[in-house]
Design a protein. Structure first.
Length: 565
């Protein structure tokens, strides 16, 4: 395939790099040669394929939001505890995050569909088993199975999208994926409340089965460029087993440490051991990955530039904020306001609707403007403002304050779903696209798990102290039930003065979460300022078309010694 002819750049190349011979392939804004970055895009029925990818994404997103409003009912029916409340979400994310790097790299070896379909099957199997659960232990175990498939499904959708859509148009199609996250965020809490109250909480899981089957049929028509097949001997010779094992072990160990911290606290010996061992294993993985001559799961380039490190840090903190607000706001609405599961779902609409609209808008705007940084800046600023406003919520807040503040927070978090991923992909060569996408979702999963854990520790520790300080409540079964997460018991506390004290204790304990979030959200603003611009313009050829397409040349930009622009 020949490289499309390009006009000379309008601006001079940075003086720290020697000028290139005009007869040689020109390096683009990210320091990659156009000749190396040219790619054949397979011909697809984009309407049908995007519908299949969208439904698949919708299911993964719906699974994380539909359960939030149903969890208090599930805990009460299956006799769960407060730690079970956290572990229902943590078990999913633990298994999801630990295997994300493996799925991405294996897809480079055996092909995208060979990984995508088994992940979808695992997700649907876990969904069916979760709906049939008869105990919290069984439910948590089945959520782990769901996580194995769900994490692979989410990352594979993004990898497939990067294979069939050019970088400059990825914002438009990413907005479809973002819209699915948004719509699922809107419908999830509402649908969870409706199913829980009108049918059964079990249908919060079983609803995945028919829709997942439809998506699987649609994706049979997905066309992808074939990967270079390896023999079994070549696979064992080239695959980086040491680096992958250390990375998965470190991720799983760290996630387990945060999970136990949310259950038993930070002073527990098991918590300390796991949280210390996790970073050590990850550091060893980084050393192995940087020196290996095999197929590195995490390319060393990802950890060598200011922009990629800033984007990873920003994504990590964004995930913490997103998960804390979405996981614990239903506790505020159901425990403090006394809303039903359905009422709580309605109050979650602003944060979900704001996030979905921001995500839908951001993608096409990135494609039109060919820049991602302004939307990243906007998201970090709004998320910080939203976190500050959420601190003021209390038992005295009216519905307008609750919905207005959560709307701002939702818009801020919504702007930070797609643009950082597009900016990261623009900063990496095409050969590392699957690996960098997998790393992105690994960092996001670490952040979501840490968000649940940190939120749980901050909330539960404060709630236990405040409830013990209430005369007439300490040592009672009501106190024990509330600490186990059964907030419906609050409405039965008598007399009214005692009930009001319990509500105030719950409200002040939840405020601790948002106080913790404010400096973390402010840190994302600082990290966003370190992100540099990379051109979204790369050569591509659409298969089955007569003419070769190439974008117009973008002005050259400065390239520093580390490859940052």
């Amino acid at each position: 395939m020949s490289s499309a002819h390009r006009e000379p750049p309008e601006l001079p190349v940075a003086p720290k790099y020697p000028e290139q011979d005009s007869s040689q392939p020109r390096a683009n804004g990210a320091g990659f040669r156009d000749e190396e970055e040219a790619v054949n895009l397979p011909h697809n029925n984009m309407g049908l394929v995007m519908a299949g990818l969208a439904i698949t994404t919708f299911l993964a997103s719906l699974d994380s939001t539909i359960v939030t409003t149903a969890l208090p009912t599930i805990i009460a029916e299956l006799g769960g505890t407060a730690s079970d409340y956290s572990w229902t979400g943590i078990s999913y994310m633990l298994c999801s995050g630990a295997c994300i790097p493996l799925w991405g790299k294996l897809s480079d070896v055996v092909g995208r569909k060979a990984i995508l379909y088994p992940c979808m099957a695992l997700f649907l199997l876990g969904s069916g088993l979760c709906g049939a659960a008869t105990s919290m232990s069984f439910l948590i175990a089945c959520r782990a199975v769901q996580g194995l498939g769900g994490g692979g499904t989410v990352v594979m959708v993004q990898i497939v999208l990067s294979d069939i859509v050019s970088l400059r148009d990825r914002g438009k199609y990413s907005s479809v994926i973002g819209a699915c996250w948004g719509v699922a965020s809107v419908l999830g809490p509402l649908l969870g409340g409706i199913l829980t109250e009108k049918v059964s909480w079990r249908w919060c899981f079983w609803i995945n089965l028919p829709t997942g089957g439809v998506a699987a049929i649609m994706l049979l028509f997905l066309h992808l460029n074939p990967v270079k097949k390896m023999t079994l001997a070549e696979f064992f010779q080239k695959f980086d087993f040491w680096g992958t094992s250390l990375l998965m072990s470190g991720t799983g160990t760290l996630l387990a440490g945060f999970s136990i911290a949310s259950d038993k606290g930070w002073k527990e010996p098991a918590t300390i051991a796991l949280i210390v061992a996790g970073p050590v294993l990850l550091a060893l993985a980084a050393v192995v990955e940087s020196k290996t001559t095999r197929m590195a799961v995490i390319p060393p380039r990802l950890l060598k530039t200011r922009t990629t490190l800033s984007l990873f840090g920003l994504t990590f903190l964004h995930a913490i904020g997103f998960m804390c607000t979405n996981f614990y706001l239903p506790v505020l609405f159901q425990g403090v306001d006394g809303d039903s599961a359905l009422g709580s779902g309605i109050k979650m609409l602003p944060i979900a609707l704001g996030g979905s609209l921001a995500s839908i808008i951001a993608g096409p705007l990135v494609s039109v403007t060919k820049v991602a940084r302004p939307f990243i800046w906007m998201g970090t600023i709004l998320m910080t403002i939203g976190a500050g406003l959420l601190i003021s919520l209390s038992e005295k807040s009216n519905v307008g304050m609750e919905m207005g503040y959560t709307l701002i927070q939702g818009i801020g978090t919504g702007f930070l779903f797609q643009p950082p991923l597009i900016a990261l992909q623009a900063a990496m060569p095409l050969k590392d696209m699957a690996a960098c996408t997998g790393a992105f979702y690994l960092v996001r999963t670490l952040g979501t798990t840490m968000g649940v854990s940190l939120g749980g520790v901050a909330f539960q520790s404060q709630l236990a102290v405040r409830l013990r300080a209430i005369p007439g409540l300490a040592g009672t079964s009501t106190q024990a039930n509330i600490l186990r997460g059964n907030y419906k018991d609050i409405s039965r506390v008598a007399p009214a003065e005692l009930r009001q004290q319990v509500i105030v204790a719950l409200s002040r304990s939840l405020r601790t979460i948002f106080i913790m979030l404010l400096p973390l959200a402010a840190a994302t603003i600082l990290l966003s300022l370190l992100v540099r611009h990379y051109s979204l313009e790369r050569n591509f050829v659409r298969q089955n078309e007569q003419t070769e397409e190439a974008p117009k040349p973008a002005p050259s930009v400065d390239i520093d010694e580390k490859g940052d622009v």
